[in-house]
Design a protein. Sequence first.
Length: 75
Amino acid sequence: MAECAVIACDTIGAITCYKDTMILARLPKTRSGKTLCKIPAHIVNGKEYRVPSTIDDPGVIPEIIEALRSKKLVK
């Protein structure tokens, strides 16, 4: 995973604040299959988020929160 941070900094540049990588079992998706990237980002950054009505399986959100808590990335 440290290699990912080096590649991101080299590719995107020093302005990014890449800290860690976490592989999740599932991601929140809409019924049409689009991945909802903002929800995990908001959870990690401590921002409020709203689960859209178009989400395919709302049960994935607590799974993400628990996975992030297990790595001590959120409270």
